[in-house]
Design a protein around this ligand. Structure first.
Ligand SMILES: CC(C)(COP(=O)(O)OP(=O)(O)OC[C@H]1O[C@@H](n2cnc3c(N)ncnc32)[C@H](O)[C@@H]1OP(=O)(O)O)[C@@H](O)C(=O)NCCC(=O)NCCS
Length: 197
């Protein structure tokens, strides 16, 4: 399997490609009012131009090349629609080999098991392809759906990080759910860095 690509029962998880413009646009245009405060915001037509798409692609590639974050998307196998976004953010190598996990499923597809399939796939990618040792999901304490998802994947509740992130105009607490590769039966493998000339 090529790097950063996984197939699950209903989904393909992969990086965004140049010819994804139409499905990328449809993804944001087809969103209604957010269903809760964590739901992805729809974008207006003027925020969905080819130029903005190209810039998004470029930004994602720069993050990947500089090992800052890995951004992937979930596509429905059957009809090819984009149904979610996933990221391994704030990658730290050195002593911790860790990152934060981010995920969102398009509101029209909640409750179908897509979140669980997509997040299980990106966890596998984090440990095998990105050779990270530890992932952490920071979830607001009353984001019940996300907490259920983290629990159902076997992530470990570690505690409450007080006033951890500035979002929606205030500092918010996060419950930390985490896992290391050993929790998933994967042995950590040190990443070979390209040799300097
Ligand atoms: C959180 C989110 C990704 C869940 O995606 P989803 O596709 O609806 O999740 P799934 O259908 O795979 O369900 C995952 C688990 O959540 C639970 N769940 C599903 N539907 C639920 C509901 N209506 N109420 C409560 N829990 C529910 C179940 O326990 C399920 O596990 P199980 O299959 O082992 O029973 C999605 O709601 C979302 O994108 N929310 C907005 C963004 C967000 O909150 N991101 C996380 C920020 S930390």
């Amino acid at each position: 399997m090529p790097k950063f690509i996984r197939k699950t029962k209903n989904l393909i998880i992969r990086p965004l490609e140049t010819n994804d413009y139409d499905i990328w646009r449809e993804y944001y245009l087809s969103m209604g009012e957010p269903l809760n405060q964590w739901d992805t915001r729809a974008r207006k037509d003027s925020e969905l131009t080819r130029k903005i798409f190209k810039n998004d692609l470029k930004r994602i590639k720069n993050y990947l090349d500089s090992d800052q974050s890995i951004n992937l998307f979930a596509f429905e196998k059957r009809v090819g629609k984009m149904v979610g976004g996933l990221s391994l953010m704030s990658i730290v190598r050195s002593l911790s080999q860790s990152c934060f996990l981010g995920y969102g499923i398009h509101q029209n597809f909640w409750g179908k098991g897509y979140g669980k399939q997509a997040v299980a796939a990106i966890i596998d990618i984090a440990f095998k392809d990105a050779q990270l040792h530890r992932i952490e999901a920071g979830i607001e304490p009353y984001n019940r759906r996300s907490i259920m998802l983290a629990r159902s994947l076997g992530l470990r509740k570690e505690g409450l990080k007080k006033r951890a992130v500035f979002m929606r105009g205030d500092w918010r607490d996060l419950v930390i759910y985490s896992a290391t590769c050993e929790d998933f039966g994967i042995k950590w493998k040190k990443r070979e860095l390209p040799k300097r000339l």
